[in-house]
Design a protein around this ligand. Structure first.
Ligand code: DGL
Length: 271
């Protein structure tokens, strides 16, 4: 008996979350759904984004009733979790939301930054996290318009203009009265794909906070809670299929990446 786990994102960023989940829970059947037909989500207004995510996910729920659904997208999670939970109350949804709490707890300088899409930085959800968990810190909310697309290019092996990356992350680096930013929250699942570049172009070293390992632990808790056995991590290779709403054939670089994650490209979802 293996759990059925659906991992959803606007594009390829959710693969950074999938990788963590699959390494903790290899004994599962995975379906990775990327809404690349309308990627990026970063500047889509809330009133369009909520119905879009529902529309893309609904057929997968009807077809397979997944045991857990992971919304591996901060831009979507900060909006759609309540409507999704209301629509499908029996399915556990795990969201990906900015890891402001751990960053604020660990920061010594009390200057932290949240690097996210333009949508995520404007959400009430994000502002509430700041008020609830980081009131002792100064928090810089940095909305980047280009990083998600740059991350996809980087993953596909396209040469990236490092100056463009440096410009996007520059507002995260703040100095104030002898203190400087020491934690930057990666509040978009695409951004860990660029971590090597971030480290290279950062004006000074910081902790880059990626919540994916914590999300994977949460998924594992839910799966165990639904009665699935823990399984032997060494004995099973996670696998499944990847679906792209655009219907476009994945290019060779993406195919290689999917293959390394044991995901096979499959049919097509709604356009
Ligand atoms: N990966 C998504 C996130 O975590 C968003 C990327 C986009 O579609 O703009 O926010």
């Amino acid at each position: 008996m293996t759990p059925d786990i659906l991992v959803f994102d606007s594009g390829l960023g959710g693969l950074t979350v999938f990788e963590q989940i699959a390494s903790l829970r290899p004994r599962a059947t995975y379906r990775y759904v990327a809404d690349d037909a309308v990627f990026p989500y970063g500047e889509i207004p809330a009133e369009r984004l909520v119905p879009r995510v529902r529309e893309v996910i609904a057929p997968h729920i009807e077809a397979r009733a997944p045991d857990v659904i992971v919304i591996a997208c901060n831009t979507a999670s900060t909006l759609v979790l309540p409507p999704l939970r209301a629509a499908w109350p029996r399915i556990p949804f795990v969201g990906t939301v900015p890891a402001i709490k751990p960053a604020a707890e660990q920061s010594r300088s009390r200057l932290i930054s949240v690097l996210a899409t333009p949508g995520t930085v404007t959400r009430d959800y994000t502002r509430d996290l700041v008020d609830s968990f980081a009131s002792h810190c100064e928090v810089e909310l940095v909305g980047s318009r280009h990083l998600a697309a740059l991350a996809e290019d980087h993953m596909r092996g396209v040469a990236i203009d490092e100056d463009a990356v440096a410009r996007e992350i520059a507002p995260c680096f703040v100095t104030r009265g002898g203190r400087r930013t020491d934690h930057v929250v990666l509040a978009c699942t695409h951004y860990p794909l660029l971590l090597d570049l971030f480290r290279r172009v950062a004006p000074w070293p910081v902790e880059w906070v990626d919540p994916a390992p914590a999300i994977a632990r949460q998924v594992e808790r839910l799966v165990l809670g639904r009665g699935f056995p823990a399984g032997d991590v060494a004995r099973f290779a996670a696998g499944g299929e990847a679906l792209f709403t655009s219907g476009r054939e994945p290019d060779p670089a993406l195919l290689r990446r999917l293959e390394s994650l044991n995901l096979a490209p499959a049919g097509q979802g709604p356009k």
